[in-house]
Design a protein around this ligand. Structure first.
Ligand SMILES: *Cc1c(COP(=O)(O)O)cnc(C)c1O
Length: 380
């Protein structure tokens, strides 16, 4: 199903995809189906589509239908977290060959590739995917998957999805894109030639910092889809029905949230670039960002994540988040409330993030209030 090809706009899909008025009660909003088990047909069949919650459940299917439509894919499989989603994809890839992944990927994703995935016996190459020549060198015969995260976390580096897709087609590999930072509102990897999209639904899709979830969306119904689904049923990392229900509720406001939060982030990024306590701002919406032209070409907005480098170095960066009042000093991102963290501390001793870096998730508060708070924290 590709509703985008049926002519629906993103805004309309966000409200309606995967949903319908409940036929039994007329309820305008979807019911929450908490059941773990479903009644069988007299002949033991499952003509109503469900048997056990770990295999599939109604709220999960609604969320999957919505994500399939929003990303313009053919299938979606929802998981208990973003990392559960990426692990299912890596499992499918490891069976087929080598994995090449962005060095700018979320640290937990890199942790899976360095740890579990190598333990499975798969070969893994970590490369800078914004360097197309490096990717061309890395994608040899036997590569099953190239995994790109763009914009990257936490440096907001961009990789060219269409060019990477061309390299993958030439090398017989699938291209997967972690679309967590951009969401389908700002970036459509499948339309740019990627084969698979992965999300941490914990972030913008959920949008309120109150649920964990993940999802894999694929462009064509193939054996990868079957493998990802099988890994969920066997691995057991199932999206809870209540989280699926919350996600469907949240998706309706995703376009409005993303666009407004992006406007706020651009405003803060501009102001921060002129602040004397800031030595650099990483935000693709700024003209001096190395990926700015690419952002204009492949994104429909610059997103609501930014990172700044503290001119006072690591020590000053480490103490800044304790001084905010309106922002919350916490990890994670994508909620309606603004968050700030010293990223290297969150990632721990093995972190490769610059120690003077503060990661900021910009929310829906008024940008003037956010600016006042940041200014005070940076000054003091
Ligand atoms: C948070 C995050 C993940 C992992 O998702 P969880 O839901 O925390 O498991 C993966 N990729 C990106 C870009 C993220 O921000």
């Amino acid at each position: 199903m590709n509703d985008r090809q049926d002519g629906h706009t993103l805004e309309t899909l966000a409200v309606h995809a995967g949903r319908r008025v409940d036929s039994v009660t007329g309820s305008v909003t979807p019911p929450l189906y908490a059941a773990t088990t479903f009644e069988r047909d007299p002949d033991t069949g499952t003509s109503r589509g469900y048997s056990y919650q770990r295999d599939a459940h109604p709220n999960g299917r609604m969320f999957e239908a919505a994500m399939t439509a929003l990303e313009g894919g053919a299938w979606a499989v929802a998981f208990a977290s973003g990392l559960a989603a990426s692990l299912a994809l890596f499992r499918a890839a490891a069976r087929r060959g080598r994995i090449v992944a962005s060095s700018g990927s979320y640290w937990g994703t890199l942790g899976q590739l360095d740890g579990l995935v190598r333990e499975w016996g798969a070969q893994v190459a970590i490369v800078d995917t914004s360097d197309l020549a490096a990717v061309r060198d890395a994608v040899g015969a036997g590569t099953s998957l190239v995994f790109v995260e763009t914009p990257s976390n936490p440096l907001l580096a961009l990789s060219d999805i269409a060019e990477l897709a061309a390299i993958c087609r030439g090398g017989g590999a699938l291209l997967a894109c972690d679309n967590t930072f951009a969401t389908p509102v700002l970036q459509n990897p499948l339309a740019l030639g990627a084969d698979v999209v992965v999300h941490s639904a914990t972030k913008y899709l959920g949008g309120h910092s109150d649920l964990m979830g993940g999802v894999v969306v694929g462009a064509v119904e193939d054996e990868w889809a079957a493998d990802v689904l099988e890994y969920r049923a066997m691995g057991g990392a199932v999206l809870a029905p209540f989280n699926a229900w919350l996600l469907l509720r949240s998706l309706a406001t995703l376009p409005v949230r993303m666009r407004t939060q992006s406007v706020h982030a651009l405003e803060l990024a501009r102001r921060l670039s002129g602040h004397r306590a800031v030595s650099a701002v990483h935000y693709p919406g700024l003209p001096d960002h190395p990926g700015h032209a690419l952002a204009l070409a492949q994104m429909q907005g610059f997103g609501a994540m930014l990172a700044v480098r503290h001119a006072g170095g690591a020590a000053a960066a480490r103490t800044t988040p304790a001084k905010v009042r309106l922002f919350t000093h916490a990890t994670s991102l994508g909620g309606v409330e603004s968050l700030i963290e010293h990223r290297a501390s969150s990632e721990g001793p093995a972190s490769r993030t610059p120690p003077d870096l503060l990661r900021i998730s910009v929310g829906l508060e008024h940008p003037e209030d956010l600016w006042e708070d940041l200014q005070r924290a940076l000054a003091g």
